[in-house]
Design a protein around this ligand. Sequence first.
Ligand SMILES: NC(=O)c1ccc[n+]([C@@H]2O[C@H](COP(=O)([O-])OP(=O)(O)OC[C@H]3O[C@@H](n4cnc5c(N)ncnc54)[C@H](OP(=O)(O)O)[C@@H]3O)[C@@H](O)[C@H]2O)c1
Length: 324
Amino acid sequence: MVRYLNIDTATRISKIGLGTWQFGSSEWGYGKPYAEQESQAIVRRALELGVTLFDTAEIYGYGRSERILGQAISGHRDQVFLATKILPVLPLPPIVQQRAVASADRLGVSRIDLYQVHQPNPFVKDSVIMRGMRPLQRIGLVGEVGVSNYSRGRWKAAEDALGGRVLSNQVRYSLVADGPTDDLIPYAERSGRVVIAYSPLAQGFLSGRYDASTRPSNRVRASSALFLPVNLERAAGLFRVLREVAEAHDATPAQAALAWAIRSPAVTAIPGASSVAQLESNVAAAEIDLTDDEWRALRDAATAFQPATGPAALPPLVRARLGR
Ligand SMILES: NC(=O)c1ccc[n+]([C@@H]2O[C@H](COP(=O)([O-])OP(=O)(O)OC[C@H]3O[C@@H](n4cnc5c(N)ncnc54)[C@H](OP(=O)(O)O)[C@@H]3O)[C@@H](O)[C@H]2O)c1
C-alpha cells in the first residue's frame, strides 16, 4: 500500500518516490545494462506499485537521466508527478525558460509538474530566477515551482519573489543528516509545504550492507567520508539500533531508515535504487509506523555517531581514492 502526502497537487505525491541520479550517471558506475534495462524495469515496477513522484535533474548524466526517465514513463504520464531541476549557473529569466523547454524535451513531456532550482545561487537573487519561472507557470509548462538545498529564510524569500507557493525544498535528510528535523520540517508542516528528502539512505550507508571490510567502490561513495572504514566502524552502535528497530517490524535496516525519514506528514523521500528489489523494498517502507520511542532511539543512536569529517578525514579519503 503506497501512501500519499495530504496536499493539493494536480497528481498526488507518494510518500516514497524514486530518485534517478543513478540513471546514466557515470559516478554511480552501474553500467550500461542498468542504464538501458534495469532503470526501465525499476520505473515500470514503481508505477505498478503506485509511486507517483519521480525526481531527476538536467545535470544527472548531463541529460541522460531525464531521457531515460522520460522513456520509462511514456504512456503513463497521468500517473506521474514529474520533478526535475535546473542547475542555476546563470539563471537569468530567458535562460531559465530555455532550460525548462530543453528538460521537457528530453523528458518527452509538455508539462514539468515540479521545476526545482537545484542550488541557491550565491550571486543571482531569487527575484531574478522567479521572473523566469512565473511565465513558465502561466503557460503551463511548469506546474509547481520548488527549490533545493535552500535555507528556510531563502525558501520564504523565493516564495515572496514568485508571488505564489514554492511547493517544496529538496534537501539531504536522513538519520545522519537530520538538520531539517528541527527547522525546515516544522516550517513545512505549518505552512502546507513539502520537504523532499534526498539521500534518505545516506547513499546506502544506512542499509547495513557495508562495513569496514565491504565498502562500495563507485565514485560517489569513494569520495564520501561516511564510507571510510573508520566511520563504518564508528557507526556500529547506530547500525545495531537500526537492526533492532527493523526486526521489530519484520523489516530491513534500510526500510527502518526510510520510515524514520518520512515520519512527518510533510516529508516525502526519493531513494535511488540499484535494482527492482530495492525499489520494492523502499516502497514497502512507507507502511512502517515507528513508535515515538523507536524514532527517538534511532535519533539518539544517530546523534551518538560522530563520524570523522573535515581535515581529519582527508588523508584516509585520499588513500581510499587511490585504492590504498
Ligand atoms: N537535490 C540535490 O542536491 C540532490 C543531491 C543528491 C541526490 N538527490 C536526489 O536524491 C536521490 C536519492 O539520493 P542518493 O541517490 O544520493 O542516495 P540514497 O537514495 O540515500 O541511496 C541510494 C543508494 O542506496 C542503495 N539502496 C537503495 N535502496 C536500498 C535498499 N532497499 N537496500 C539496500 N541498499 C539500498 C543503492 O546503492 P547500492 O545498491 O549500490 O548500495 C542506491 O543507489 C537521487 O537519485 C537524486 O534524485 C538530490
